[in-house]
Write a protein that binds this ligand. Structure first.
Ligand SMILES: [Zn+2]
Length: 512
């Protein structure tokens, strides 16, 4: 491609305050346009980079797709799934590209969290065993892809979901990772182990305590002279028409993600109950809710509360708490589960390890699940269908590539096989016929050898051509400049930092 006849524009600086160097560089290279509203789009040049990256990924994931699905993701997937009736049709492997809104959008995180994210989704419908096997192969393929791209992807596995996370030095999203096994995941969604109860085993009789204006956990700690761990916190939510109460240990926060999954709703359908609704459920003022005598449609209890004995909770009576409360004896929840938000220092649910914080960006994820749909196996028995799907986020991947593939001066060196251009040929001064001619010849030679190249035949100064070449991140540089009169070009490899001179006939041998 000739730069002289293509629209491209690079910038000296980025006008917005974005933390990540990758976003600044991708903006300055003119590959992406990012508006102050957090919307991004690709420039014509950026579209070439994005397309090459996506095509290269699809090429490497060939084994995981039989065909490409067009249309809305959810409806389409459901449609193909419904057509699966027999084991003979399995596995069915589909590919789908989708753009979706990003709940984690933060402007200063730039392309790691723009308003819209593009995902490449590979989904397989399969029998249970084969789904597990495909999941293993997908994880392997993604790790391989990561190393080809020069980025380390850490697999954080919570059984039904595996997150492949690029670790960041700057704050991004928090993940948790076991220090001894591979367990881990998004802190908002993983279940950590329950802490054991440390205290007397003997159950004491319950007692109402007058606690005027003592409503918050901090006030309770002071009033009772006890740690937050000895209180039962009662949280009340409105989910549609229903009142759902969740019991947690006093020092814990609720994980709306886990609650939503437990009751089969979307997180945004769960709202903190209004003051009126709380007063109706408890018959008391705010701050005195408790499980005994509570009017809730569903009373859920975090498993950690089962380990607590002789705890303090609200009495559902204004200005009163009850002490020496124990689950099972004094109240019976409708269901027990994990509803607390996992945090660093919690126990790993898979082994004896401890969860540690890991800060980064989820570049890809693999989800495996049992579906409601069924198929007939080879003995005509009805079996549940499984799906396994991997989602690769293009913008985050581009950012991580840019973060991890920089030369010594901090300019991007795009991994050559994922770049639309392996070589950047510079015609030093297009007004000098020998320089332009030599550049044209070198360019043609490279293309004829089956490699890709960009010819910078613009009437710019040579200095700005070097800058644009660096901004575009092209690894190999060929310069037809001062030595053109002797028939020599300069050949540089930006990755290794080496350079040499070459006549046209030896050019191909001297390329990296
Ligand atoms: Zn572990």
């Amino acid at each position: 491609m000739r730069l002289g006849s293509f629209y491209t524009k690079t910038y000296k600086s980025m006008p917005y305050d974005v933390q990540f160097r990758s976003t600044q560089l991708l903006y300055r290279s003119g590959l992406v346009k990012l508006s102050e509203e957090g919307n991004m789009c690709y420039s014509p040049m950026g579209a070439l980079y994005a397309k090459k990256l996506q095509d290269s990924i699809v090429e490497r994931m060939r084994d995981f797709m039989e065909f490409k699905v067009a249309g809305g993701e959810r409806e389409c997937m459901a449609m193909y799934q419904q057509e699966l009736k027999s084991y003979k049709q399995l596995p069915l492997k589909l590919f789908h590209a989708a753009a979706s809104g990003n709940d984690d959008y933060k402007f200063k995180e730039g392309l790691f969290n723009p308003r819209q994210l593009t995902s490449l989704v590979f989904t397989a419908f399969a029998e249970e065993q084969s789904a597990t096997q495909i999941r293993r192969e997908l994880a392997e393929a993604l790790r391989g892809l990561g190393s080809e791209l020069g980025i380390k992807l850490q697999p954080l596995d919570s059984k039904d979901m595996m997150s492949l996370v690029w670790e960041s030095k700057l704050p991004l999203k928090q993940f948790l990772k076991c220090d001894s096994c591979g367990f881990g995941g998004d802190a908002a969604y993983i279940k950590s182990g329950a802490q054991k109860y440390e205290g007397s085993e003997e159950l004491l009789a319950t007692e109402y305590i007058h606690t005027p204006s003592v409503g918050t956990i901090a006030q309770l700690e002071e009033f009772f002279g006890a740690s937050a761990k000895s209180f039962i916190k009662t949280l009340i939510f409105e989910v549609g028409e229903k009142i759902v109460a969740v019991l947690l240990r006093g020092d814990r926060n609720i994980s709306i993600g886990l609650l939503a999954r437990h009751i089969g709703m979307e997180p945004e359908e769960i709202k903190m109950a209004s003051e009126d609704a709380v007063m109706k459920a408890t018959g008391a003022g705010i701050g005195f809710a408790g499980p005994i005598g509570l009017k809730a449609d569903l009373l859920l209890c975090d498993e950690e509360v089962l380990n607590m004995k002789n705890s303090v909770c609200g009495a559902n009576r204004t200005d009163y708490h009850i002490k020496n409360v124990t689950c099972g004896r004094d109240f019976k929840p409708d269901a027990i589960g994990v509803f607390k938000e996992a945090r660093p220092g919690d126990a790993c649910p898979a082994d004896a390890g401890t969860l540690e914080a890991l800060n980064g960006s989820e570049i890809a994820s693999i989800e495996i699940k049992e579906l409601k749909g069924t198929y007939l196996d080879e003995n005509s028995r009805e079996k549940r269908l499984w799906s396994v799907s991997v989602r690769i986020c293009v913008e985050r991947l581009m950012s991580a590539i840019a973060e991890e593939n920089m030369d010594e001066s901090g300019a991007i060196v795009w991994p050559a096989v994922f770049s639309p251009f392996e070589y950047y040929v510079i015609a030093g001064n297009v007004k000098k016929p020998e320089e332009l001619q030599l550049a044209e010849d070198a360019y043609r030679l490279i293309l004829e050898s089956g490699r890709s190249a960009l010819l910078d035949d613009r009437s710019e100064r040579i200095g700005s051509k070097f800058i644009d070449c660096e901004l575009l991140g092209v690894r190999g540089v060929i310069v037809a400049g001062k030595l053109a009169s002797q028939g020599l070009v300069e050949v540089r490899d930006r990755k290794s930092g080496t350079s040499c001179e070459a006549a046209l006939e030896e050019l191909l041998e001297k390329l990296y």
